[in-house]
Write a protein that binds this ligand. Structure first.
Ligand code: M6R
Length: 613
């Protein structure tokens, strides 16, 4: 997970930045770098590897002075290497940039810049930003305006931080799209900024959180905030608690809400190091998937519990659709008792946030005993499910604290999409053009997630309408059917409202009898191959007096006017829709529970890690 720290003030920036980056180290990264103004000169130190290597580099060749910015990178564009590490410097050496996120339109921007004669020094998308800023500065604009123009050209969900040697009295930062956060720490004659609150908590508790599509100009004595359209905003200062747990929550009321909003970053980070957008390739080195193994596999069992199992159900669609490998999902607590047909041509793929769920570990063990290749998709680094698998994919989303799983649900959706592409490629099931198109769609995901999360206020309104219901039915079809299960699980576990997820086509075989005025029906009806079927489902529910809450794609006129409430999601490539459609359901469950005043992060009777059978 990329981290950013910046400092402006009378002290040396280097130790402040390195200590701040250290606080973010546990989130994972593959390279690190720092840029500091050293007596009017911009100096950069960066390298692949751990922060300790950067610290050695700085010890050998110190850089004193301020302001400064630092970054820990998780590669998305170009391998982890010295040249791809941030900060990136403009051609004239006067501007530096660090970025978290993916510049979706970087190929177009890069082509335009190259046509102007810009030679790129790295393989990164980030480098386009610094060249664009330099381009605008050359037209006579100041840094803030050059940065603002640049930010408006970038598509994606990104956090960007910039400095210029010609205006060393400021750091400029922006939150473009609903990217992971930017927190600005306010000091006495000094200011700080970071991607995460813990990075600056040694220095100040008074902070400003940037909203989506806002930028800030940070000087020693002032913070000036404006929207990316150029409208000035009066900043709202928050006082962050000294309690380290509360400090970690930052601007959010609960960890669950924080983790919901961290999903832009979660999907970006799980791509990190795995996707080469330039070549349109997927690499999952920890999975140890060779061409020989890919061609040997005859069947995949996905096994997991709860939310992780629902993620696996989406994975089944993806693996069968893209790689054409027969795939079955078996709830882990059933796997070892169902005498599954497993041999050495079978893969048992376990999904687990904690990597310590007893039933999931037992299912992995059963797979191994029967001779299968055992894989896992795990969030907790070093957990048993990671250690004991023949190959694994790390979700790379950082710790999940809220008992209700959110970011550890969307990350494995993306991981399984990548796995399906890799499998398909190695088995020769897809051609290069298809592979590149599937990989290119991944670029869109962080921004689509961010834009959906931006609609939280509308979801909250619907939560008020549903806060007193006793039961709720969730319906979905095809790839969105597991999202109906997951939406219902989220609601029941944190709000204690009885909720059922159902395959929509099954409604007429029983559950339709339940529908009346008191039974809201949440219908997942985005523009996917099952869209028309879901429309008829909505009509059937309405005909029986049900209150329908539809999850629909922006601009869907068929649904507009048909449902009682609509939670809109942006148009999304259909195989990646579950990453987006689950978000309003997470927010809905969260807000209903918040309105009911419940203990959201630690719901009754539940544990984060279920280590007993
Ligand atoms: O740690 P795991 O992913 O293996 O946990 C599996 C389930 O216990 C977990 O997903 C549970 O259903 C969550 N409370 C869902 O929010």
């Amino acid at each position: 997970m990329c981290g950013i720290v910046g400092y402006i003030g009378p002290r040396d920036a280097t130790p402040i930045i390195l200590n701040g980056l250290k606080r973010l180290e546990y989130r994972g990264y593959d390279s690190a770098g720092i840029a500091v103004f050293n007596g009017g000169q911009l100096e950069v130190r960066k390298d692949a590897g751990k922060l300790s290597q950067l610290i050695d580099l700085v010890n050998k060749s110190p850089i004193n002075g301020a302001p400064g910015i630092g970054h820990t990178r998780w590669a998305t564009h170009g391998a982890p290497s010295q040249r791809n590490a941030h900060p990136h410097v403009s051609r004239n050496g006067r501007v530096v940039v660090v970025q978290n996120g993916i510049v979706e339109n970087f190929l177009e921007l890069k082509e335009e810049l190259m046509a102007e004669g810009v030679e790129f020094q790295s393989d990164t998308d980030t480098e386009t930003i610094v060249h664009l800023v330099e381009h605008y500065l050359a037209t006579g604009l100041d840094l803030v305006e050059a940065a603002r123009r640049t930010f408006n050209q970038i598509q994606g969900a990104n956090v960007v931080v910039l400095m210029s040697a010609d205006e060393p009295d400021k750091i400029v930062t922006a939150r473009i799209g609903n990217a992971g956060g930017v927190v600005i720490g306010l000091g006495e004659d000094e200011n700080f900024l970071a991607s995460d609150t813990p990075a600056i908590m040694d220095h100040t508790r008074n902070v400003i959180f940037l909203e989506s599509r806002q930028m800030a100009t940070v000087t020693r004595s002032d913070v000036c905030i404006q929207t990316l359209d150029g409208n000035k905003i009066k900043p709202q200062t928050h006082s962050v608690s000294w309690d380290p747990v509360a400090a970690e929550k930052g601007e959010y009321r609960h960890f669950m809400q924080k983790e919901i909003h961290e999903q832009v970053r979660a999907v970006t980070d799980t791509l990190a190091g795995r996707v080469d957008f330039g070549r349109g390739e997927i690499r999952l080195p920890d999975l140890k998937l060779t061409k020989e193994l890919a061609n040997k596999i005859e069947k995949i069992y996905i096994t997991a519990c709860g939310t992780a199992a629902y993620a696996g159900m989406v994975g089944k669609y993806l693996i069968e659709k893209i790689a054409r490998v027969p795939t079955e999902v078996v709830i882990a607590s059933e796997f070892r008792y169902s005498d599954p047909v497993v041999d050495d041509k079978t893969v048992v793929l376990a999904i687990s946030q904690s990597g310590e769920t007893a039933d999931t570990l037992a299912a992995m063990e059963e797979g191994r005993r029967k001779g299968a290749v055992v894989w896992s998709i795990v969030n907790a680094i070093g957990s048993q499910a990671m250690r004991t698998a023949d190959g694994f994919i790390s979700m790379q989303t950082g710790p999940e604290i809220g008992v209700a799983s959110t970011k550890a649900f969307v990350a494995p959706l993306v991981d399984q999409y990548m796995l399906a592409i890799l499998l398909a490629d190695l088995r020769g099931v897809i051609d290069e053009k298809t592979r590149k198109a599937l990989v290119a769609d991944l670029r869109l995901i962080p921004d689509l997630v961010g834009r959906t999360l931006d609609r939280e206020a509308e979801v909250e309104k619907v939560a008020y309408a549903l806060k007193d219901v006793r039961d709720c039915l969730y319906l979905g079809r095809g790839i969105n059917m597991p999202i109906a299960y997951e939406g219902a699980l989220k609601l029941k576990e944190i709000s204690y409202i009885h909720a059922e997820g159902y395959p929509a086509g099954e409604m007429k075989h029983g559950p339709i009898a339940l529908i009346d005025k008191a039974m809201p029906v949440v219908c997942l009806a985005p523009k996917d191959p099952w869209h028309e079927k879901m429309i008829s489902q909505i009509q059937q529910a309405k005909a029986r007096g049900g209150t329908v809450i539809a999850i629909a794609t922006d601009g869907d006129e068929l649904i507009d006017g048909m449902a009682d409430h609509i939670l809109w999601v942006p148009e999304t490539p259909w195989m990646l829709l579950p990453v987006v459609t689950v978000l309003p359901l997470q927010m809905l469950a969260y807000h209903i529970a918040a309105i009911r005043g419940l203990d959201i992060d630690q719901p009754r009777n539940l544990a984060k890690s279920v280590t007993v059978e």
